[in-house]
Design a protein around this ligand. Structure first.
Ligand SMILES: [Zn+2]
Length: 318
């Protein structure tokens, strides 16, 4: 029987990469379940792997509703024994009891009321049942793989900046007033984004240019011909923002996993704020963007933006 714990407290929004915590439970993923994560974590998630819940964590878990940023990897250290963490997933359980759901098996959306929310640290380690039981109640050092975290954070902030750059480059294609971003441009990225996937080397973002966007007044009949110009403009805008070394803040209204968080960047043209559950560097100057590529689908119904990123100078920022 899985005891009832309150939600995991998280310190990754403060850019922490290590913390001391108490292990609350150790369980196995079901052997037959489909991989519950959409991530491209370093070793994937083996079916039947052990996973650990702690009262507090510096690990960022992949979000089951919007799996843009993969879960952190790293290790736990308990009594001098090092247990590698291959991935970190989201888990949830109704406050009324019942089973604990992990990853894509969670039946409610992120942060849904009436649930406790947990970071599930998936171990890349073989344990027998006794060893797993003995871990419960122990204090553990939780350490995130910092270079990978930094690379994912750089890719994530770059992805938001490219979205803002796209809003600026496409601002003349709107024929009706619509919601604007923090810089006053029609929020194409916010309205059209269909999926976003981050890796250590960048992001792939797919925007839907369907009838709903047309109804809102977006006219993109000549986007195909203008694509090279738009791409060059986005690249130049984003380069300027990186050179401005603008501050990036992660706002939060609490330290529970389900509490809402924001990405906030104070650019020369204004401050943009958006809901975001990921991790980020302190400044745009910590990010390097080596390429932004736009591709329009043949049926012109989707626009895919591929961004290549790295951590500027590889310098540590935490
Ligand atoms: Zn984000």
């Amino acid at each position: 029987m899985f005891p009832m714990y309150s939600s995991t407290r998280v310190v990754f929004p403060d850019r922490c990469s290590e913390a001391t915590a108490r292990i609350l439970d150790v369980r196995r993923l079901p052997p037959s379940a489909p991989a519950p994560s959409d991530t491209d974590g370093p070793s994937g998630v083996p079916a039947g792997a052990w996973w650990v819940i702690a009262d507090l964590t510096p690990f960022h878990p992949v979000d089951h509703t919007w799996p843009d940023q993969p879960g952190d990897s790293g290790h736990l250290e308990v009594g001098g024994v090092r247990l590698p963490v291959a991935d970190c997933l989201t888990a949830a359980r109704s406050v009324d009891g019942g089973p604990v759901h992990v990853g894509r098996d969670i039946p409610v959306r992120r942060g849904g009321e009436g649930h406790h929310w947990y970071a599930a640290h998936v171990l890349d380690a073989e344990l027998d049942d006794g060893e797993a039981r003995d871990l419960i109640g122990e204090r553990a050092e939780l350490r995130v793989d910092v270079p990978r975290r930094q690379a994912l954070s750089a890719a994530h902030s770059a992805c938001h900046l490219v979205g803002l750059g796209l809003n600026a480059a496409l601002r003349d294609l709107w024929r009706k007033p619509v919601a604007v971003d923090g810089l006053g441009r029609p929020d194409f990225d916010g309205m059209a984004i269909a999926s976003s996937r981050l890796t250590e080397s960048g992001s792939t973002d797919v925007h839907r240019l369907g009838s709903s966007l047309r109804r809102r007044g977006f006219v993109a009949t000549d986007l195909g011909e203008r694509l090279a110009d738009v791409q060059a403009e986005v690249s130049a805008t984003v380069s300027g923002w990186l050179a401005a070394d603008a501050p990036i803040a992660v706002g939060t209204n609490g330290d529970r996993l389900e509490d809402r968080r924001t990405w906030e960047c104070t650019l020369p043209e204004g401050t943009h704020r958006t809901w975001c559950g990921g991790t980020h560097p302190e400044r745009t100057g910590d990010v390097e963007v080596t390429a932004v590529a736009l591709a329009l689908a043949e049926d012109a119904k989707t626009l895919t933006v591929t961004t290549r990123t790295s951590v500027r100078g590889g310098k540590p920022w935490q």
